[in-house]
Each structure stands twice: as C-alpha cells, then as structure tokens.
Unconditional design. Structure first.
Length: 206
C-alpha cells in the first residue's frame, strides 16, 4: 500500500516489526480456512515443508500470481493455478480448492471486487494460494508481507497452533516469527531466488 508520495505505509521505520504485523493482520482479517492447507504437521515438519513444497512450489507460484494479478491478467492467474494443483499431492490440492471460498467469503463473496470477483466467477474452486495472492494485490499488500501472511496461515492451520490470533503481537513474535521463519529475511531470500524465473514464466503466458 502506498501514500500520495509513493512511499509504502508498511515500511518498518522503527525496526520493531509492528508495521509488518499490521500488514499481515490486515491480509488475514476475516479469512478462516475450513481445514489445513498444504502443510500438515502429522505428515512433515515445518522445515521439511518449507524446504520442499513452500520454497520450491508455493512461493514461486504465489509471486507469479501476485504479478499477474497486479497486471490484471486473469488468463495467467488461471493457468498458474492449473499448474499448481497438478504439482502438489492430490489431497493437498483438494484441501486448497475447498478452502478458497474462505477468501471470497471474507470479502463479501468477492462481489464487485475487481479481479477477485472475476476469479470467483471463472474459477470458484481455485486454490486458496491463488485466491489469497489475488486478494493481497487488491488490498495493496506488498509481496513480501503477503507471502509471510500466507506462510502464517499455512503454519497455523496445519499445526497445533490453529486459532492463535495474529493480532496478538507477543504470540506472533514467539510462536511464528522466532520459531517458524526466524525473520522476514528467510522468505525474502527465497523470493529473490525465484524473481527471474517467475517473471520469465509470467511473460510467456498469454
């Protein structure tokens, strides 16, 4: 999100992480998936999930959809969603499709909300990952914060911490930031490794 001078209002000027937590809280507000998404603590550890599916598949997909959504390119969004659902395990794909409605419902059914409304009309059973990435652009959430917000939902829904309120900053710091991702730099670095790749892919989809 930007002010009239083009400066991000989510910049963490004080260095205490409050602006990032505020951005993530805004992104997650009202979104309550019906079940776990891709991550399930019974199946793998968080580190295993991050090292494989999150960094290798979900994060580059999220960035690609974010970019395509910013450009208003629905065909790219849908094509990316098709590829994602083919890349992940069938049970995880089913969970992602079942949970996409939680994004649409949190935004009043996505009626008249630009690309998110079009996505619901054209692909109501898209993945939660795709719906959340499109939603993030409509609410002017920067890519890094949007990706961290998505990671939070994956973690909280797939672990024993489901239901922890993101707005409680102490819990967020102790249970998510410190124990799960260490810092925003971990996701920022993972995004950076994919920037050239997803931009090339996005440019090649009509």
């Amino acid at each position: 999100m930007h002010d009239v001078n083009g400066e991000s209002i989510y910049r963490d000027i004080t260095g205490n992480g409050m602006e990032m937590r505020r951005a993530i809280a805004n992104a997650c507000h009202g979104i309550r998936p019906q079940s776990a998404l891709v991550y399930l603590s019974e199946e793998q550890t968080w580190d295993e999930f991050c090292g494989q599916l999150f960094n290798g598949v979900l994060l580059p997909h999220f960035a690609l959809v974010y970019e395509a959504s910013c450009a208003g390119k629905m065909a790219q969004v849908i094509a990316a969603d098709d590829r994602l659902l083919e890349q992940i395990p069938a049970l995880a794909a089913a969970r992602l499709s079942a949970c996409a409605s939680s994004v649409f419902n949190a935004r009043g059914g996505a009626r008249a909300i630009g690309l998110l409304g079009k996505l619901r009309e054209q692909r109501p059973e898209c993945s939660f990952t795709t719906a959340f990435a499109v939603h993030a652009t409509l609410f002017s959430l920067p890519l890094l914060q949007a990706a961290i917000a998505y990671a939070h939902i994956e973690w909280s829904m797939g672990s024993a911490t489901a239901g922890v309120e993101l707005e409680k900053s102490v819990q967020w710091e102790e249970m998510f930031s410190s124990e799960v991702i260490g810092s925003s730099a971990s996701i920022q670095q993972a995004l950076a490794r994919h920037f050239n790749g997803w931009k090339e892919i996005a440019g090649g989809i009509s």
